[in-house]
Design a binder for this molecule. Structure first.
Ligand code: KG4
Ligand code: ZN
Length: 346
C-alpha cells in the first residue's frame, strides 16, 4: 500500500489530498481564495500567492486529520509543477520540497492538465488509456488522445479564450460575480436556452476551439439591451426571477458554449476512432455539458467518463493519484525542480 500526499496551488485553490495506491481518496481538502478575488472580478495573482502561504499549513493539517494518517505515514510528496500562475505554483512547490527533504521521501512533480484527466481514470471502474481527453478549465480548453504511460497527442486547443474564462467574463458582464461558471450553471435553470441564438463560432474545421466570437456576441447583445432600456441594469438583470433577462442570456450562452464543446469533441472521437472520452477541469462540473455528453454516451458507441463534480475543480487528490503511476515507473523529481507556467502538452 502506497500513500501519496498531493499538493495543488496552481491558481486560487490551496488543496491537499491523500490517496492510497493511486485510487483510494483518503482526504481531499480544498481552501479557495475566491472571496478575496471577488471584488476584482477575477483572480489577482499576488493575492492568490499570499493566501496560499497563509493557509497551506492549516490545509495540510486538515488533510492529514481526514485521512487518519501522520506525515511520517506518507510515502511520497506530489505537487503541481505547472501550468499555472508562477507565484502561486512556487508556494506549493517550495512547500513540497521542504516536506520531501525533511521527511526523506521522493518528490514528484505533476502536470496539472494531465491530473484533471486522471481524476476521471481514478474514479471510473473501467477507464484506462487510450482515450480522448477534453480538458476544460479557467485557463485551458484542449482536446488530446491520452495513450498509455502518460503519452499525449494534442488534437486541438483554444485559439483565444479558455471556455471557463468565457463563463467568468459573461458572468461579470451580467453582474453575477466571480467565479462565473457555477453561477451561470445555476441561473441557466431559470432561463430559456433558445432565448438568444448566439454565434457558435469555431476555429474552422479542425479540433481547435474559439470562444472569443461567442463572448463578443454576448457583450454586443447585452450592451444593446442596456442601451435600449436606458441602462436600468438593476431592472434589466433580474437575477433570480422566472424568465429574467440575465437568466435567458446565461442559458443561451451556456447552450452555445456547450454546443461548441460537444461538436468538436465528437469530431475528435470520430476522426481518431477512439471510443472512450474523459472530461476534466472546472467546467467539467457544468451540468448541461455533463448531460449532453452523457446522452452521446448512451448510444453505446462511446464510453463517456466524468469525474465526480468535487474532483473536477482544482484539488490535491488528482495530483496524488497521478503521481502513483510515476512513482511505480521509478520517476522522481530533483529537489531543484523548476515550475512551468504554460502547457507542456504539445
Ligand atoms: O480547473 P479549474 O478549477 O481551475 C483552472 O485550472 O483554471 O477551473 C476553474 C474554471 C472557472 O473558470 C470556473 O468558472 C469554471 O471552471 N467552472 C464552471 C463550473 N464550475 C467551475 N464552469 C461552468 N459550469 C460550472 N458548474
Ligand atoms: Zn485546473
Amino acid at each position: 500500500m502506497v500513500r501519496i500526499l498531493g499538493i495543488e496551488t496552481s491558481c486560487d485553490e490551496t488543496a491537499i489530498g491523500v490517496v492510497e495506491d493511486g485510487r483510494r481518496v483518503l482526504s481531499n481538502i480544498i481552501a479557495s481564495s475566491q472571496d478575496a478575488h471577488r471584488p476584482y472580478g477575477g483572480v489577482v495573482p499576488e493575492i492568490a500567492s499570499r493566501v496560499h502561504v497563509e493557509v497551506i499549513w492549516q490545509v495540510l493539517a486538515e488533510s492529514l486529520t481526514h485521512a487518519h494518517c501522520s506525515l511520517e505515514q506518507v510515502d511520497a510528496i506530489a505537487v503541481t509543477q505547472g501550468p499555472g500562475l508562477p507565484g502561486a505554483l512556487l508556494v506549493g512547490v517550495a512547500f513540497a520540497k521542504g516536506l520531501a527533504l525533511a521527511l526523506d521521501r521522493p518528490l514528484i512533480g505533476v502536470d496539472h492538465l494531465t491530473a484533471h484527466l486522471y481524476a476521471g481514470e481514478m474514479t471510473a471502474d473501467d477507464c484506462e488509456p487510450p482515450y480522448v481527453g477534453l480538458v476544460v478549465s479557467g485557463g485551458h480548453t484542449l482536446l488530446c488522445i491520452v495513450h498509455p504511460e502518460q503519452r499525449f497527442e494534442v488534437l486541438g486547443e483554444t485559439k483565444d479564450d479558455a471556455v471557463g474564462e468565457s463563463f467568468d467574463k459573461v458572468a461579470k458582464l451580467l453582474g453575477l460575480g466571480y467565479p462565473g461558471g457555477p453561477v451561470i450553471d445555476r441561473l441557466s435553470d431559470e432561463g430559456r436556452r433558445d432565448a438568444v441564438a448566439f454565434t457558435r463560432s469555431t476555429a474552422k474545421d479542425g479540433c481547435d476551439f474559439s470562444f472569443s466570437g461567442l463572448k463578443t456576441d454576448v457583450y454586443r447583445y447585452v450592451n444593446k439591451h442596456n442601451a435600449e432600456c436606458g441602462m436600468r441594469n438593476a431592472e434589466c438583470q433580474i437575477q433570480n426571477s422566472g424568465h429574467g433577462f440575465a437568466a435567458d442570456v446565461a442559458a443561451s450562452f451556456q447552450e452555445a458554449a456547450v454546443d461548441i464543446l460537444v461538436s468538436k469533441t465528437l469530431r475528435a472521437c470520430q476522426r481518431t476512432g477512439v471510443k472512450r472520452l474523459v472530461v476534466g477541469g472546472g467546467v467539467a462540473a457544468n451540468r448541461r455539458l455533463r448531460e449532453r455528453l452523457t446522452q452521446e454516451g448512451q448510444s453505446g458507441k462511446l464510453q463517456v467518463v466524468f469525474p465526480p463534480r468535487e474532483l473536477c475543480v482544482d484539488n490535491g487528490a488528482m495530483i496524488a493519484g497521478l503521481a502513483f503511476a510515476s512513482l511505480r515507473r521509478g520517476q522522481r523529481s530533483p529537489l531543484n525542480m523548476a515550475i512551468y507556467t504554460n502547457s507542456q502538452l504539445n
